[in-house]
Design a binder for this molecule. Sequence first.
Ligand code: NAP
Length: 497
Amino acid sequence: MSTNGARALSVVIVGAGFGGIAAAIELRRHGFRDITILEAAPRLGGTWLYNTYPGAACDVPSHLYSFSFAQRRDWPRLCSGQAEILAYLECVAHDYGVDGLVVCDTQVTACAWDDERAQWSVATARGHSYAADAIIIATGQLHQPAHPRIPGIETFAGQSFHSARWNHDVPLSGRRVAVVGTGASAVQLVPEVAEQAARLTVFQRTGNWLLPRRNRPYPPAIRTLIERVPGVQAFRRRFMFQYGEAITLAIRHPATIGRLLRLRSIAFMRWQLRDRELRRKVWPGYTFGCKRILFSSAFLPALQRPDVELVTEAVRAVRANGVVAADGTLHEADVLIYATGFKSNDFMFPMEVTGRDGRSLRDDWAAGAHAHLGITVPGYPSMFVLYGPNTNTSGGSIIAYLEAQAAYLRQALTLMRDHGAGGIEVRPEIEAASDRETQDRFRGTAWTRCDSWYRDEDGRIVANWPGYMREYLRATRELDPAQYLLTPAPRPTVASL
Ligand code: NAP
């Protein structure tokens, strides 16, 4: 402890994806030195390390899907692929000197707050324990693959894997491949797999709304313009930000603006889907924008290939030699790929998180995850969640949210440090009020009009922020100290003096 009462804080960050790296950079820039990032994987990268399926890319343009403080002018195309995004994150982590803070191959199993010592104890699967004054849980929403529960799934005699754990040792060329799911990952991988496989069967449970995205490499003149002419990059970023806000506008107003964007989607899908029978099978039956709008100009043409079949009957069972649909048809397959999404509502679980007075986050979130601005939870001092409850975006860049969250938690830690406090905790009434307001703001929006991964089992929307990016950035810009409780630091014991 310093003579003016300020404390040097130790911080453990769980997860070295975009969130964990953003937080480490922000804290380093503001004088926090004692930072450790624990990462289960062998390298940093998070979702961009794990999702290596063919065609994996971010459908958010790179000028927006990148840190505001680390803009690149030489992106080769509008939306970057997985390898480019991973390389970008590694490069930024290196440039800002935080890559060396990452402890890899270290899975965190539990975080427990010690009331007496006013410290977190972070336990790992290898049996190590880290003590920290504050923890940042940056595991995000999309890190645990969701495997469907299908009778007989274990009896499949071929090779099977999840899209987020692609097995690159399995050849697809000349083989019969089945893909379950038609979400954001599937629309990217299906056209690529169709190119290789002898036959491809795609199992669709719900047809989705699509908008075009061709994503060709920039012509040299455009690349040069972006690279050389000052302001072009910044203009593009602002434009894409506003484009994202327009998508949110459509989702928030399904009967008006939503209808207009829906018309754009209808025209595009009709134009691409020449086969009437296929059009009928693919057509979505839910309000535009309720589930994630998918951007691809390659998915629907792939479905129309003679060697691709779209099955809209439910998946009833898996057998040794293929997948049985609800009508009893066996669709034979050598390789079975689950593009079935993530256990997004689990957030950091199964990690055990124990707060003040031994309370369990699993119990506190039993009726649905909630946190003030998606970041702080009453009863869990000096704990911050990144990409937490109600901070997903359907029309924008999650990196903008992560940067805002990193700056917000840095303000909290600065407050705690400058006051020599033992902990900082959001006031329960503040969190309850902000949660009510968040949930109220979903009323009348497209998000409430179908079932999606944004909702938990009770239908509560726990994934998404209900408003615009600009609103979230405004709400998190300045932490209001009146909304927080600072708890005293423990008195030093004789032994530690
Ligand atoms: P997802 O959107 O949750 O899609 C999962 C798909 O699997 C859906 O079509 C779902 O059908 C289907 N499914 C799940 N269980 C099934 C079962 N038992 N039987 C048949 N079908 C089943 O997952 P994802 O495609 O991996 O995408 C998840 C999120 O990751 C996205 O929403 C997005 O936020 C992010 N992502 C982003 C990008 C990008 O370019 N920015 C790319 C990929 C992923 P239902 O629709 O009927 O549930």
